[in-house]
Design a protein around this ligand. Sequence first.
Ligand code: NAD
Length: 363
Amino acid sequence: MNIAEIDTSSFKDFDHHEKVLECTDEQSGLQAYIAVHNRNLGPALGGARMWPYGSRSEAITDSLRLSRGMTYKSAMAGLPLGGGKAVIVGDPRTTKTPALMRAMGRFIQHLDGAYITAEDSGTNVADLQIVATETRHVAGINQKKLNDGSQISGDPSPSTAYGVFVGIKASLAHRFGSGDLHGVSVAIQGVGNVGKRLAEFLVNAGARVVVADLYPRAIEELQDKLQVTVCKLDDIHRQGVEVFAPCALGGFLTVTTLSEITAPIIAGAANNQLAEVGIGRSLVDAGKLYAPDYVINSGGIIDIYCERAGYRHDELVTHIDRIGQTLEEIYALAEASRQPTHVIADRIAESRFLSPVGRINVA
Ligand code: NAD
C-alpha cells in the first residue's frame, strides 16, 4: 500500500486544507483520497464517498470541496469537530469488495485519528463495519437505543430527516408566522434515505406532500406507507407549494430552475444546493427564503457525534431541535443586512472555527 501526501494548492477548490493524502493499493485495487480541511475545533469527521470519478483530479476536487463543507457544517452545529472527507474511486455497485474496505480501513488508520470516517454516498453501515476491523476511527456504525427502547442502526439518515423537518417548521414560522404544517404543501425532490423519512414526518404533522424520484421503486415503497401525491421529475420544483425540499443531488438551484420554482421557501437535505455562489443573491432578489444546506441537513453529523459521545436519544433530539433556532438567527441577520442566508451562515461558521491566524473568507 502506498500512502503519500499530495500538494493540492493549485486546485481551484483548495482552501488552506491541512493535508490531502492519496492511497493506492494494488492488491485490493484501492485508489482513495482523504482530505483534512481544518481541525481547529476537533478531529476531522466526514463520510467516505465511493463514486466512479472520471479522473484523479475530479476525485481530489470532490474531497477538497466536501471536507471544507464538513468544517462549516460541524462548526454551525456547535460540535467540537473539524472537517474531513474520504473519497474512493470506483463504482460501489461493481467494484466494492471486503478487501477494498479493509484497505480503506488501513488508510484511515494511517492518519491516527486526525480523520474519522462515516457513511456517505456509495458506502453503508455494513461497509463501515468492515473498515472498522482495521481502525477504530469510524462513526455511524453502532446500534442506538431510542427512548421507547427500540434499536436503530448507525445510519444517520433518520436524524438528518428530522433536522430538515425542524428546519422546515422554523422556515414556515419565519415566513408565515406559524410553523404549523396543517394545510401546508411541501414538494420533495428525491425520496431516498432522507426524503422518504422527511415525507413521513410531514404527513404525520398534517402537511400535503408531493414527491418525485428517479427510481420508481422508491415511489412505490413510499406510496405503500403514506398518502403522497406523485409528480413527474421535471415538474417537482414547479409545484404550487409553500416549501420546495431538494433531497436528491446537489447543484439543483440554477438561474433556470430558480425562475421556475414558485415555492417561497427552499429547505431540503441535499448538499451543495447552489449550483454557483451567485445563486444565493438571486434567491434574495427572487424573494425566496433559502435554508442553507449545511445548516438544515446537520442532523446526521449531530447524530454521529452523539453516538461517539455516549448516545442519549433525548440529548440528540434537543441538539437537533437547535437547528430551528440557528436558522431563525440566520434569517434575521440576513434580512437585516440584505445578505444571502448562505453568506450569513458562512460568517457565523468561520467566526467559530478560524484560528487567529486563519483566513477570513467572507463576502
Ligand atoms: P439517497 O441516495 O438515499 O436518496 C436520493 C434519492 O434521490 C434517490 O432515491 C434517487 O433516486 C433520487 N434522485 C436522484 N436524482 C434525482 C432527480 N433528479 N429527481 C428526483 N429524484 C432523484 O440519498 P440520501 O441519503 O437520502 O441523501 C439525499 C441528499 O441529502 C444527498 O444530497 C445527500 O448528500 C444529502 N445528505 C444526506 C445525509 C444523510 O444522513 N443521508 C446527511 C446530509 C446530507
